[in-house]
Design a protein around this ligand. Structure first.
Ligand code: FAD
Length: 371
Protein backbone atom coordinates (compact mmCIF):
# COMPACT_ATOMS: atom_id res chain seq x y z
CA UNK A 1 0.00 0.00 0.00
CA UNK A 2 1.41 3.36 -1.01
CA UNK A 3 1.28 6.26 1.46
CA UNK A 4 -1.09 8.35 -0.70
CA UNK A 5 -4.04 7.55 -2.97
CA UNK A 6 -3.07 10.33 -5.37
CA UNK A 7 0.14 12.16 -6.18
CA UNK A 8 -0.95 15.39 -7.85
CA UNK A 9 1.74 17.07 -9.93
CA UNK A 10 0.88 20.79 -10.14
CA UNK A 11 -0.84 23.07 -7.63
CA UNK A 12 -2.71 25.06 -10.28
CA UNK A 13 -6.50 25.13 -10.60
CA UNK A 14 -6.70 21.62 -12.06
CA UNK A 15 -4.52 20.06 -9.34
CA UNK A 16 -6.08 22.05 -6.49
CA UNK A 17 -9.67 21.30 -7.57
CA UNK A 18 -8.83 17.62 -7.97
CA UNK A 19 -7.19 17.51 -4.54
CA UNK A 20 -10.24 19.13 -2.95
CA UNK A 21 -12.74 16.76 -4.58
CA UNK A 22 -10.61 13.69 -3.79
CA UNK A 23 -10.25 14.75 -0.15
CA UNK A 24 -14.04 15.12 0.05
CA UNK A 25 -14.22 11.47 -0.96
CA UNK A 26 -11.81 10.53 1.83
CA UNK A 27 -8.79 10.10 -0.46
CA UNK A 28 -5.31 11.00 0.73
CA UNK A 29 -3.45 13.32 -1.67
CA UNK A 30 0.03 14.76 -1.97
CA UNK A 31 0.33 17.85 -4.18
CA UNK A 32 3.73 18.90 -5.51
CA UNK A 33 4.71 21.92 -7.60
CA UNK A 34 8.02 22.99 -9.06
CA UNK A 35 7.19 26.64 -8.37
CA UNK A 36 7.60 27.90 -4.83
CA UNK A 37 3.92 28.84 -4.57
CA UNK A 38 0.50 27.30 -5.08
CA UNK A 39 -2.08 28.50 -7.63
CA UNK A 40 -0.24 27.89 -10.89
CA UNK A 41 -0.95 30.72 -13.28
CA UNK A 42 -3.64 32.34 -11.14
CA UNK A 43 -1.13 33.10 -8.37
CA UNK A 44 -1.01 36.69 -7.12
CA UNK A 45 2.04 38.36 -5.62
CA UNK A 46 1.40 40.83 -2.79
CA UNK A 47 3.08 44.19 -3.52
CA UNK A 48 2.22 46.77 -0.84
CA UNK A 49 -1.18 45.13 -0.35
CA UNK A 50 -1.96 45.08 -4.09
CA UNK A 51 -2.57 41.60 -5.53
CA UNK A 52 -0.43 41.48 -8.65
CA UNK A 53 -1.51 38.84 -11.19
CA UNK A 54 2.00 37.51 -11.73
CA UNK A 55 1.26 35.34 -14.77
CA UNK A 56 -1.15 37.72 -16.52
CA UNK A 57 -4.49 39.32 -15.71
CA UNK A 58 -7.10 36.74 -14.66
CA UNK A 59 -10.80 37.58 -14.71
CA UNK A 60 -13.19 34.86 -13.62
CA UNK A 61 -16.34 34.61 -15.72
CA UNK A 62 -18.76 31.75 -16.20
CA UNK A 63 -22.37 30.88 -16.93
CA UNK A 64 -22.05 27.60 -15.05
CA UNK A 65 -23.84 28.08 -11.72
CA UNK A 66 -22.32 24.94 -10.25
CA UNK A 67 -18.79 26.23 -10.90
CA UNK A 68 -19.69 29.73 -9.66
CA UNK A 69 -21.16 28.36 -6.40
CA UNK A 70 -18.16 26.06 -6.02
CA UNK A 71 -15.56 28.86 -6.17
CA UNK A 72 -17.67 31.20 -4.03
CA UNK A 73 -17.77 28.47 -1.40
CA UNK A 74 -14.06 29.10 -0.76
CA UNK A 75 -14.03 32.89 -1.01
CA UNK A 76 -16.68 35.47 -1.97
CA UNK A 77 -16.12 37.13 -5.34
CA UNK A 78 -16.58 40.84 -6.04
CA UNK A 79 -18.50 42.09 -9.09
CA UNK A 80 -15.54 43.28 -11.15
CA UNK A 81 -16.80 43.81 -14.70
CA UNK A 82 -14.21 43.73 -17.41
CA UNK A 83 -14.56 46.85 -19.57
CA UNK A 84 -11.30 47.36 -21.42
CA UNK A 85 -10.42 50.61 -23.13
CA UNK A 86 -8.37 50.85 -26.33
CA UNK A 87 -5.83 53.60 -26.88
CA UNK A 88 -5.05 54.34 -30.55
CA UNK A 89 -2.63 57.26 -31.06
CA UNK A 90 -3.84 58.78 -27.78
CA UNK A 91 -7.55 58.57 -28.59
CA UNK A 92 -9.64 56.25 -26.40
CA UNK A 93 -12.30 53.77 -27.53
CA UNK A 94 -14.49 51.46 -25.47
CA UNK A 95 -14.32 47.71 -26.01
CA UNK A 96 -15.82 45.34 -26.95
CA UNK A 97 -17.12 46.99 -30.15
CA UNK A 98 -20.41 48.56 -29.06
CA UNK A 99 -22.45 51.75 -29.45
CA UNK A 100 -19.93 53.69 -27.32
CA UNK A 101 -17.14 52.63 -29.70
CA UNK A 102 -19.19 53.59 -32.78
CA UNK A 103 -20.01 56.98 -31.28
CA UNK A 104 -16.31 57.57 -30.57
CA UNK A 105 -15.38 56.37 -34.08
CA UNK A 106 -18.04 58.04 -36.22
CA UNK A 107 -20.18 60.27 -33.97
CA UNK A 108 -23.24 58.08 -34.65
CA UNK A 109 -25.79 57.96 -31.84
CA UNK A 110 -28.32 55.37 -33.02
CA UNK A 111 -27.88 51.61 -33.67
CA UNK A 112 -29.38 52.00 -37.15
CA UNK A 113 -26.70 54.55 -38.11
CA UNK A 114 -23.92 52.32 -36.75
CA UNK A 115 -25.22 49.28 -38.63
CA UNK A 116 -25.42 51.34 -41.80
CA UNK A 117 -21.79 52.52 -41.42
CA UNK A 118 -20.54 48.97 -40.93
CA UNK A 119 -22.60 47.64 -43.84
CA UNK A 120 -21.35 50.44 -46.13
CA UNK A 121 -17.74 49.64 -45.28
CA UNK A 122 -18.20 45.89 -45.64
CA UNK A 123 -19.78 46.43 -49.05
CA UNK A 124 -17.08 48.91 -50.14
CA UNK A 125 -14.36 46.38 -49.35
CA UNK A 126 -15.87 44.01 -51.94
CA UNK A 127 -14.23 41.04 -50.22
CA UNK A 128 -16.19 37.85 -50.82
CA UNK A 129 -13.63 35.16 -50.26
CA UNK A 130 -11.22 36.25 -47.46
CA UNK A 131 -7.69 35.02 -48.12
CA UNK A 132 -6.06 36.18 -44.91
CA UNK A 133 -6.81 37.73 -41.52
CA UNK A 134 -6.92 41.26 -42.95
CA UNK A 135 -9.55 40.32 -45.55
CA UNK A 136 -11.52 38.40 -42.95
CA UNK A 137 -11.59 41.27 -40.42
CA UNK A 138 -12.53 43.92 -43.02
CA UNK A 139 -15.29 41.71 -44.37
CA UNK A 140 -16.68 41.37 -40.84
CA UNK A 141 -16.44 44.92 -39.42
CA UNK A 142 -15.25 47.23 -42.20
CA UNK A 143 -12.10 49.27 -42.67
CA UNK A 144 -12.30 51.84 -39.82
CA UNK A 145 -12.65 49.39 -36.94
CA UNK A 146 -10.11 47.07 -38.54
CA UNK A 147 -7.49 49.81 -38.94
CA UNK A 148 -8.05 51.44 -35.54
CA UNK A 149 -8.69 48.51 -33.23
CA UNK A 150 -7.69 45.24 -34.89
CA UNK A 151 -4.79 45.50 -37.35
CA UNK A 152 -1.76 46.68 -35.39
CA UNK A 153 -2.89 45.07 -32.12
CA UNK A 154 -3.17 41.69 -33.85
CA UNK A 155 0.21 42.20 -35.53
CA UNK A 156 1.80 42.82 -32.13
CA UNK A 157 0.07 39.72 -30.74
CA UNK A 158 1.28 37.41 -33.49
CA UNK A 159 4.50 39.15 -34.52
CA UNK A 160 3.36 39.05 -38.17
CA UNK A 161 1.55 41.19 -40.74
CA UNK A 162 -2.22 40.56 -40.81
CA UNK A 163 -1.90 39.73 -44.52
CA UNK A 164 0.40 36.85 -43.56
CA UNK A 165 -1.93 35.44 -40.91
CA UNK A 166 -4.61 32.88 -41.81
CA UNK A 167 -8.24 34.04 -41.97
CA UNK A 168 -9.48 31.30 -39.60
CA UNK A 169 -7.83 32.97 -36.56
CA UNK A 170 -10.83 35.30 -36.38
CA UNK A 171 -14.04 33.48 -37.16
CA UNK A 172 -16.11 36.40 -35.94
CA UNK A 173 -15.62 39.77 -34.27
CA UNK A 174 -18.40 40.38 -31.76
CA UNK A 175 -20.28 43.62 -32.44
CA UNK A 176 -22.91 44.91 -30.03
CA UNK A 177 -25.50 47.58 -30.88
CA UNK A 178 -26.14 48.64 -27.28
CA UNK A 179 -24.20 51.00 -25.02
CA UNK A 180 -22.63 48.16 -23.05
CA UNK A 181 -18.90 47.96 -22.29
CA UNK A 182 -19.06 44.64 -20.42
CA UNK A 183 -16.54 42.45 -22.23
CA UNK A 184 -18.03 39.09 -21.26
CA UNK A 185 -21.51 37.75 -21.98
CA UNK A 186 -21.43 35.32 -19.05
CA UNK A 187 -23.96 35.38 -16.22
CA UNK A 188 -21.32 35.54 -13.48
CA UNK A 189 -18.09 37.52 -13.35
CA UNK A 190 -15.70 38.72 -10.67
CA UNK A 191 -12.44 38.48 -8.75
CA UNK A 192 -12.03 36.65 -5.42
CA UNK A 193 -12.13 39.23 -2.62
CA UNK A 194 -8.58 39.17 -1.23
CA UNK A 195 -7.14 37.71 -4.46
CA UNK A 196 -6.84 34.31 -6.15
CA UNK A 197 -4.48 32.91 -3.52
CA UNK A 198 -7.42 32.79 -1.10
CA UNK A 199 -9.32 30.58 -3.54
CA UNK A 200 -6.50 28.08 -4.01
CA UNK A 201 -5.54 28.10 -0.31
CA UNK A 202 -9.16 27.16 0.43
CA UNK A 203 -9.05 24.28 -2.02
CA UNK A 204 -5.77 22.94 -0.66
CA UNK A 205 -6.56 23.37 3.06
CA UNK A 206 -5.63 20.16 4.83
CA UNK A 207 -3.90 18.66 1.78
CA UNK A 208 -0.20 17.72 2.03
CA UNK A 209 1.71 20.06 -0.32
CA UNK A 210 5.39 20.27 -1.25
CA UNK A 211 6.60 23.28 -3.20
CA UNK A 212 9.78 23.96 -5.16
CA UNK A 213 10.06 20.31 -6.25
CA UNK A 214 10.12 19.16 -9.87
CA UNK A 215 8.47 15.79 -10.51
CA UNK A 216 11.10 14.91 -13.12
CA UNK A 217 14.05 15.46 -10.76
CA UNK A 218 13.03 12.39 -8.78
CA UNK A 219 10.25 10.69 -10.71
CA UNK A 220 10.73 7.23 -9.18
CA UNK A 221 10.55 8.57 -5.63
CA UNK A 222 7.31 10.45 -6.29
CA UNK A 223 5.69 7.58 -8.18
CA UNK A 224 6.42 5.19 -5.32
CA UNK A 225 4.53 7.41 -2.88
CA UNK A 226 1.04 7.04 -4.40
CA UNK A 227 -1.28 4.52 -6.06
CA UNK A 228 -2.27 6.94 -8.81
CA UNK A 229 -0.87 10.09 -10.37
CA UNK A 230 -2.66 13.20 -11.56
CA UNK A 231 -0.29 14.97 -13.93
CA UNK A 232 -0.91 18.64 -14.86
CA UNK A 233 2.52 19.47 -16.31
CA UNK A 234 3.61 19.33 -19.96
CA UNK A 235 2.60 16.07 -21.63
CA UNK A 236 5.59 16.11 -24.00
CA UNK A 237 7.96 16.41 -21.05
CA UNK A 238 6.24 13.44 -19.35
CA UNK A 239 7.20 11.30 -22.34
CA UNK A 240 10.74 12.69 -22.61
CA UNK A 241 9.85 14.67 -25.77
CA UNK A 242 10.06 11.42 -27.76
CA UNK A 243 7.79 12.77 -30.54
CA UNK A 244 9.26 16.29 -30.39
CA UNK A 245 8.43 19.46 -28.46
CA UNK A 246 5.01 21.10 -28.46
CA UNK A 247 5.09 24.83 -29.19
CA UNK A 248 3.47 27.77 -27.39
CA UNK A 249 2.93 31.54 -27.57
CA UNK A 250 3.88 33.45 -24.48
CA UNK A 251 3.74 36.90 -22.93
CA UNK A 252 6.60 38.82 -21.33
CA UNK A 253 5.63 41.18 -18.52
CA UNK A 254 7.35 44.41 -17.47
CA UNK A 255 5.94 45.14 -14.05
CA UNK A 256 6.64 48.33 -12.10
CA UNK A 257 5.40 50.02 -8.95
CA UNK A 258 4.52 53.70 -9.36
CA UNK A 259 4.05 56.41 -6.74
CA UNK A 260 0.56 57.36 -7.86
CA UNK A 261 -2.83 56.39 -6.47
CA UNK A 262 -4.42 55.73 -9.85
CA UNK A 263 -2.36 55.48 -13.06
CA UNK A 264 -4.84 54.76 -15.87
CA UNK A 265 -8.30 54.65 -14.28
CA UNK A 266 -9.02 51.15 -15.54
CA UNK A 267 -7.65 47.63 -15.03
CA UNK A 268 -7.09 46.97 -18.73
CA UNK A 269 -6.01 49.42 -21.44
CA UNK A 270 -5.17 47.95 -24.86
CA UNK A 271 -2.65 49.78 -27.04
CA UNK A 272 -3.85 49.16 -30.57
CA UNK A 273 -1.16 50.96 -32.59
CA UNK A 274 2.49 50.19 -33.33
CA UNK A 275 3.46 53.39 -31.42
CA UNK A 276 3.84 51.24 -28.30
CA UNK A 277 5.60 47.86 -28.48
CA UNK A 278 3.32 46.34 -25.81
CA UNK A 279 -0.25 45.15 -26.36
CA UNK A 280 -1.80 46.10 -23.02
CA UNK A 281 -1.16 47.79 -19.69
CA UNK A 282 -2.77 46.14 -16.67
CA UNK A 283 -3.23 48.19 -13.48
CA UNK A 284 -3.78 45.47 -10.92
CA UNK A 285 -5.47 47.42 -8.11
CA UNK A 286 -8.55 48.11 -10.27
CA UNK A 287 -9.49 44.42 -10.11
CA UNK A 288 -10.22 44.85 -6.41
CA UNK A 289 -11.63 48.31 -5.66
CA UNK A 290 -12.79 47.00 -2.26
CA UNK A 291 -9.17 46.32 -1.22
CA UNK A 292 -7.87 48.83 1.33
CA UNK A 293 -4.69 49.17 -0.75
CA UNK A 294 -6.86 50.74 -3.47
CA UNK A 295 -6.47 54.16 -1.83
CA UNK A 296 -2.69 53.86 -1.33
CA UNK A 297 -0.48 56.39 -3.07
CA UNK A 298 1.09 53.44 -4.90
CA UNK A 299 0.02 51.33 -7.81
CA UNK A 300 1.45 48.42 -9.81
CA UNK A 301 1.24 48.21 -13.60
CA UNK A 302 2.31 45.47 -16.02
CA UNK A 303 3.07 46.06 -19.68
CA UNK A 304 2.42 42.94 -21.76
CA UNK A 305 4.65 42.00 -24.68
CA UNK A 306 3.40 39.15 -26.82
CA UNK A 307 6.39 36.92 -27.55
CA UNK A 308 7.42 33.79 -29.46
CA UNK A 309 7.99 30.98 -26.96
CA UNK A 310 11.41 29.43 -26.42
CA UNK A 311 12.63 26.85 -23.91
CA UNK A 312 12.82 28.32 -20.43
CA UNK A 313 9.93 30.76 -21.01
CA UNK A 314 6.44 30.28 -19.56
CA UNK A 315 4.39 28.07 -21.93
CA UNK A 316 1.12 30.06 -22.06
CA UNK A 317 -0.93 29.47 -25.19
CA UNK A 318 -0.91 26.22 -27.22
CA UNK A 319 -0.36 26.78 -30.94
CA UNK A 320 -3.42 25.48 -32.78
CA UNK A 321 -1.85 24.39 -36.04
CA UNK A 322 -1.60 21.07 -37.84
CA UNK A 323 1.98 20.40 -36.84
CA UNK A 324 1.37 20.72 -33.10
CA UNK A 325 -1.99 18.94 -33.28
CA UNK A 326 -0.19 15.98 -34.91
CA UNK A 327 2.51 15.84 -32.24
CA UNK A 328 -0.06 16.12 -29.43
CA UNK A 329 -2.14 13.30 -30.93
CA UNK A 330 0.81 10.91 -30.59
CA UNK A 331 1.33 11.82 -26.93
CA UNK A 332 -2.40 11.56 -26.28
CA UNK A 333 -2.42 8.00 -27.62
CA UNK A 334 0.22 7.04 -25.04
CA UNK A 335 -1.63 8.89 -22.29
CA UNK A 336 -4.90 7.08 -23.09
CA UNK A 337 -3.18 3.76 -22.44
CA UNK A 338 -1.90 4.69 -18.96
CA UNK A 339 -3.91 2.96 -16.27
CA UNK A 340 -2.52 4.86 -13.27
CA UNK A 341 -2.00 8.37 -14.60
CA UNK A 342 -4.68 11.01 -15.19
CA UNK A 343 -3.55 13.84 -17.49
CA UNK A 344 -5.46 17.07 -16.83
CA UNK A 345 -5.26 20.83 -17.31
CA UNK A 346 -3.91 23.18 -19.93
CA UNK A 347 -0.36 21.73 -20.20
CA UNK A 348 -1.20 18.03 -19.96
CA UNK A 349 -4.09 18.33 -22.45
CA UNK A 350 -2.30 20.93 -24.59
CA UNK A 351 -5.47 23.00 -24.64
CA UNK A 352 -6.38 26.54 -23.72
CA UNK A 353 -8.83 26.43 -20.81
CA UNK A 354 -10.44 29.36 -19.07
CA UNK A 355 -10.50 28.97 -15.29
CA UNK A 356 -14.16 27.95 -15.14
CA UNK A 357 -13.61 25.41 -17.92
CA UNK A 358 -10.73 23.79 -16.10
CA UNK A 359 -12.78 23.47 -12.89
CA UNK A 360 -15.71 22.04 -14.86
CA UNK A 361 -13.32 19.56 -16.50
CA UNK A 362 -12.03 18.35 -13.11
CA UNK A 363 -15.60 17.87 -11.93
CA UNK A 364 -16.28 15.69 -14.98
CA UNK A 365 -12.96 13.81 -14.67
CA UNK A 366 -13.65 13.16 -10.98
CA UNK A 367 -16.88 11.44 -11.98
CA UNK A 368 -15.41 9.56 -14.96
CA UNK A 369 -12.44 8.26 -12.98
CA UNK A 370 -14.66 7.57 -9.99
CA UNK A 371 -12.27 9.19 -7.50
P1 FAD B 1 -1.46 25.85 -14.37
O1 FAD B 1 -2.09 26.98 -13.65
O2 FAD B 1 -0.40 26.18 -15.33
O3 FAD B 1 -0.88 24.83 -13.29
C1 FAD B 1 0.03 23.81 -13.62
C2 FAD B 1 1.03 23.71 -12.48
O4 FAD B 1 1.85 22.55 -12.69
C3 FAD B 1 1.98 24.89 -12.43
O5 FAD B 1 1.92 25.50 -11.15
C4 FAD B 1 3.35 24.29 -12.71
O6 FAD B 1 4.39 24.91 -11.98
C5 FAD B 1 3.15 22.84 -12.25
N1 FAD B 1 4.10 21.92 -12.89
C6 FAD B 1 4.32 21.77 -14.22
N2 FAD B 1 5.27 20.84 -14.44
C7 FAD B 1 5.66 20.39 -13.21
C8 FAD B 1 6.63 19.45 -12.77
N3 FAD B 1 7.39 18.79 -13.65
N4 FAD B 1 6.79 19.24 -11.44
C9 FAD B 1 6.04 19.92 -10.55
N5 FAD B 1 5.11 20.85 -10.91
C10 FAD B 1 4.93 21.08 -12.22
N6 FAD B 1 -8.69 32.16 -17.58
C11 FAD B 1 -9.83 32.85 -17.29
O7 FAD B 1 -10.85 32.24 -16.98
N7 FAD B 1 -9.82 34.22 -17.30
C12 FAD B 1 -8.72 34.96 -17.61
O8 FAD B 1 -8.77 36.20 -17.61
C13 FAD B 1 -7.53 34.26 -17.94
N8 FAD B 1 -6.40 34.94 -18.27
C14 FAD B 1 -5.28 34.25 -18.62
C15 FAD B 1 -4.13 34.96 -18.98
C16 FAD B 1 -2.98 34.28 -19.34
C17 FAD B 1 -1.75 35.05 -19.73
C18 FAD B 1 -2.97 32.86 -19.37
C19 FAD B 1 -1.76 32.11 -19.81
C20 FAD B 1 -4.09 32.15 -19.00
C21 FAD B 1 -5.26 32.82 -18.62
N9 FAD B 1 -6.40 32.12 -18.21
C22 FAD B 1 -7.55 32.83 -17.91
C23 FAD B 1 -6.40 30.64 -18.12
C24 FAD B 1 -6.01 30.10 -16.73
O9 FAD B 1 -4.71 30.53 -16.40
C25 FAD B 1 -6.07 28.56 -16.76
O10 FAD B 1 -7.39 28.15 -16.97
C26 FAD B 1 -5.59 27.86 -15.49
O11 FAD B 1 -4.41 28.41 -15.01
C27 FAD B 1 -5.37 26.39 -15.78
O12 FAD B 1 -4.93 25.70 -14.63
P2 FAD B 1 -3.98 24.43 -14.75
O13 FAD B 1 -3.96 23.81 -13.40
O14 FAD B 1 -4.38 23.61 -15.91
O15 FAD B 1 -2.55 25.01 -15.17
Amino acid sequence: MAEYDYLIVGAGLYGATFAYLARQKGKKCLVIDKRNHIGGNVYCEDVDGIHVHKYGAHIFHTSNKQVWDFVNGFVPFNRYTNSPVANYHGKLYNLPFNMNTFYQMWGVTKPKQAKQKIEEQKEKSGIVNPQNLEDQAISLVGEDIYKTLVKEYTEKQWGRDCKDLPAFIIKRLPVRFTFDNNYFNDTYQGIPIGGYNKLVEGMLAGVATELGVDFFDNKEKWLALADKVVFTGKIDEFYGYKFGKLEYRTVRFETEELDVQNYQGNAVVNYTSHDEPYTRIIEHKHFEPENLAYDNEKTVISKEFSTEWKDGMEPFYPVNDEKNAGVYKKYKELADNESNVIFGGRLAEYKYYDMDDVIEKVMKDAENYNI
